[in-house]
Design a protein. Structure first.
Lengths: 297, 297
DNA sequence: ATCATCGCATTAGACTTGCTAATAGTGCTA
DNA sequence: TAGCACTATTAGCAAGTCTAATGCGATGAT
């Protein structure tokens, strides 16, 4: 039972002729005759009264004709919706990023991207690191941006940049005026740390341990913003990626000091589902992310 | 684009598996795979995400799936309506009859028919003779019943019976008490006649002329009932088919007398569209009409 | 990390379907 | 009643569709 046959039937009824209906569907009169005989056989119904000229649909035939028109219209609508959806999705990039990258960095990339590709649509969602991975795995995001990206069977990683880590303290803190601070000077310092299950916490702990430095962890948070607030009330110092405190550094609301730990960096990377073909728009977006941006040396 | 493929697609989406979808449609997994690849190619859309197990419909795929379900449901409804209509029509006989037969005769046939076939439906319409022919030609009636039926290219005739014609007069008329009347006795009589374009009028005129009888036509009508009313006010006498005056004869409201005109009869017949196959119910109905009925010798 | 397993894609060949062209049959009209 | 216009039928051919066998990739357990 195919839709072309139904369309043919509707045309034959509408045009009151096999010949004209066949012509309207670019097939021979014979094909039309056979197709509709088969249709009638499958439905076990006499749809057309051929004993009168011009031919006429029977009562059942008229009812079926109306139903067919509705059906064909519905199918065309579905097809059109599909085409519309394709256009929309092709021009869309869904980005999942961790808070600290999304808030500070993405806006700088998005502006030139949007002006370069005005027809494109970027959906940016800021999530916890674990949720970023999940979003990419579940195909809710085309790309994910996060720190300490790890490739797995299902995910590929494109390294984006290394963010140097710096000491962040309240402007009134004793280490605030220093041009640089050695790791050993943090010994016994009150420290606002990341949650223990985050990769950045493990990296910082490892670096401090290498220099035999022990700090006094007074608070633990899962994101940069809250840590900065804690430092703002002088609850302790912390070690954070420099780009995340650029604003506060410029406004002198927080003191930022280089640390003698050259190996301590936060790697930022892009993750994507393995084996996913890149749509053009997603490819351009990734290119944009890999360009250096003014103000981020 | 055929409906089986759409159903297959819906099943694959529903069961989240090509193999199970194929099984549900009694085809091989290979056929399912090929059919849906072709479907995607025709629609130029990625409906399924095969890179994850179990497979999942894409966003577009889900939308199309819903549309397909609606479509398939609509088609099944149309098919069901068709089957229902067939059942209903198969049990229906549409009868068009002239007044004089329909009113007096049909009810006697319909009662035994209805009790023999309780599931059948009889639609009786009483019309002018010309309209009866028209109704059968236009497929508005399955059978037509009328007098002086004439076969044409489009119509076949089944003779039903011959109705003897009798003299009908007001009970007070001078010929009312007679046991029989000879044609010659009608010479110069006031006469209530049928319209000139009716076959029965021509038959009566011909019979009278054969016996060199001339009557004085005082009124002309196109149906028996009106003629009987005219006789009822003693406007004149008339010659009518005996069955049409059975009631009045019994009730003595009109006087009915045999005429010495054995050749003067009104033939009643059934007409049908030539080449129309008989549905069982129509065949049974015609059989019923051909049976003699009590009270109609 | 590696391998076994499950499930989809692909291929080739048999089969079925659907089409065209030619011809026969039928309703309509002058 | 003859001719015309249209549909049904038939045979042969091209194309599509199916199955069985095999290849390939994802998933999960050891």
């Amino acid at each position: 039972m195919n839709l072309e046959t139904l369309k043919l039937y509707c045309d034959v009824v509408r045009l009151r002729s096999f010949s004209r209906g066949a012509a309207a569907n670019s097939v021979s009169q014979s094909a039309a005759s056979q197709a509709i005989q088969q249709l009638e056989a499958e439905l076990d119904a006499a749809l057309l009264d051929r004993s009168r000229r011009p031919l006429l649909a029977t009562e059942q035939g008229r009812a079926f004709d109306e139903a067919c028109r509705a059906l064909l219209q519905g199918f065309e609508k579905a097809r059109a919706d599909l085409a519309a959806a394709r256009e929309r999705v092709e021009g869309t990039v869904r980005v999942a990023a961790i808070y600290s990258v999304g808030l500070h960095d993405m806006s700088r990339h998005m502006q030139p991207f949007m002006s370069a590709y005005p027809q494109a649509r970027v959906l940016l969602e800021c999530l916890h690191p674990h949720k970023v991975v999940e979003a990419v795995l579940n195909d809710e995001a085309d790309v994910g941006i996060l720190s300490y990206p790890a490739p797995t069977r299902a995910l590929t990683v494109l390294p984006l940049r290394m963010e140097p880590m710096v000491l962040v303290a309240h402007p009134a803190h004793r280490l605030a005026r220093r041009r640089s601070v050695a790791p050993a000077e943090l010994q016994g310092e009150k420290f606002v740390a990341f949650d223990r299950d985050l990769a950045i916490r493990k990296a910082i702990d490892r670096a401090l341990k290498q220099h035999d430095v022990k700090v006094e962890v007074v608070m633990e948070f899962d994101n940069v913003e809250t840590i900065k607030q804690a430092i703002g009330i002088n609850a302790g110092v912390s070690i954070l990626p420099r780009p995340t405190v650029l604003n506060e550094s410029g406004m002198r609301t927080l003191a930022v000091t280089p640390l003698g730990l050259p190996g301590l960096v936060r790697p930022i990377g892009i993750i994507r589902r393995r084996g996913r073909r890149l749509t053009p728009v997603v490819a351009r977006f990734i290119e944009q992310l890999q360009k250096p941006v003014d103000g981020t040396p």
